[in-house]
Design a protein around this ligand. Sequence first.
Ligand code: AMP
Length: 260
Amino acid sequence: MALVPTMGALHEGHLSLIRAARVENDVVVVSAFVNPMQFGPREDLERYPRDLGRDRRLCEGAGVDLLFSPTAEEMYPRGFSTWVEVEGLTDGLCGRHRPGHFRGVCTVVTKLFNICSPDRAYFGEKDAQQLAVVARMVRDLDMRLAIVPCPTVREADGLAMSSRNARLTPEERAQAPSVYRALSAAKKLVETGERSVVAVRDAIRTVLAEADLGEIDYVEIVRADDMAQVSVVEGSCLIAVAVNFGGSGTRLIDNIRVSA
Ligand code: AMP
């Protein structure tokens, strides 16, 4: 049995996870739950897109057996007081910029695993730190399932698909592909021999400057296995970017893998 955990407002990225799950499992469960515990007090919990009717239709069309969409009260009854926390891997990137975020993610994912007892759970590489954190949690706590990573699905112009993209203003949407353009330029630079983190980050910032409606949250180069910052680009690394489009209050993340 497969579980595909989501926050709903499904798009082609989610559907690619569902399709991968459909191929490898007899039963596919999708959860759609906007988990309040992974949002900070000044984040977009209230404004997060929700459309359960559409999610249901998309799941039916994709051959999903069960769509699980609990309420916050069901997931967090009065007196809820148990948390799952992964250390180290959560120190940088989104962990640093969103305190408590991964504690909320790990806690809800643990609950979903316990509720559904899947053999496999599918996660997107778009949220690379989340994927690494969940895989570490499963290993460390001897959870009896496999975590299956799935590649990032992009719009034709390179923008990584995200439920939050729908909230971008037309002007922001026009600038948003700069995020992937910047990552692609960085990867090319590494492929042509650049090993300096400073030089690669500068190149990314130069491209991102085109998106003047966005404010950079972080541009980081980390080791792919433990998300630790590197001083030179070597081995398998992840170049990760977060940009906040303040007009609509939409924060976009993306990453690209490089080998040097
Ligand atoms: P979300 O609903 O945004 O929390 O995402 C639910 C799952 O779908 C996570 O494992 C995400 O990494 C994955 N996902 C979201 N967007 C994409 C995408 N563009 N490509 C691949 N996976 C994605």
